[in-house]
Design a protein around this ligand. Structure first.
Ligand SMILES: [Zn+2]
Length: 232
């Protein structure tokens, strides 16, 4: 089981290549035209960096379907400075080092979050999200088989606010799936100059998708997953 957020990205009709979608000059929505045009320019630029790679038919198939679980509750972190052995990068605010021995201390963001089977606690600097920590309720853990529970490392969360359930932070896993970019794609992966941290490949623009995922290049996101597993 992979515990992550893998909701499909909804179709973005805005990224069409057809200029006839533009709002008329007098329309109160005509300011959107500029954004559409910028999107097309970026899309073309990204498409120019794509390789013509097309996978052979025997590889172009869905290899795995993953079961996913993600909590919907939310919690504020009360001790984010204690959570990583190397603190946080001054430039990109990503954590450095390993997860420390400190327990995650939280207060739920509302009166309902403690009732859910899990949720997100996010490290933030001036509202900028650095890293999201996942926690799951004791009820949720009870649904896992002993073997499934044992594949992950859990640590009890200290809840300093209201809420009766005990939560457990997912602090590690024995299963590791390396991040990989889609072959032939042109993802957006900016890198931090100071610490070298690189964001996972993201395909925000249609033109950044590899040609084999968007063969018609019709400017529309299909019902594509946002996680891919590469089977060697
Ligand atoms: Zn950095």
């Amino acid at each position: 089981m992979l515990l992550t957020n893998c909701l499909p990205i909804p179709n973005e009709g805005i990224m069409t290549d057809n200029p006839s979608d533009a709002f008329p000059p007098g329309s109160p929505l005509s300011f959107i035209n500029e954004g559409l045009a910028a999107g097309r320019r970026l899309s073309m630029r990204a498409a120019a960096g794509r390789s013509p790679f097309i996978p052979p038919p025997d590889l172009a198939r869905v290899l795995l379907r993953l079961k996913c679980a993600a909590g919907v509750g939310g919690a504020n972190i009360l001790n984010q400075e204690e959570l990583f052995t190397g603190g946080y990068c001054e430039a990109c605010k990503q954590p450095r080092g390993a997860r420390s021995d400190a327990s995650l201390r939280i207060r739920f963001i509302d009166a309902y979050s403690w009732r859910y089977g899990g949720g997100l606690a996010q490290v933030r600097f001036d509202q900028r999200i650095s890293v999201s920590l996942l926690y799951f309720s004791e009820d949720f853990l009870a649904l896992l088989t002993p073997q499934e529970q044992a594949q992950f490392y859990w640590r009890r969360v200290e809840n300093l606010g209201k809420g009766k359930k005990t939560m457990h932070e997912l602090i590690g896993s024995q299963l590791h799936v390396p991040l990989a970019a889609l072959r032939g794609g042109n993802p957006d992966t900016p890198q931090c100059n100071r610490c070298g941290w690189r964001r996972q490949p993201q395909y925000d623009l249609v033109g950044e998708l590899p040609a084999w995922l968007d063969p018609e290049d019709d400017g529309k996101r299909r019902d594509q997953p946002d996680l891919y597993i590469y089977d060697r």
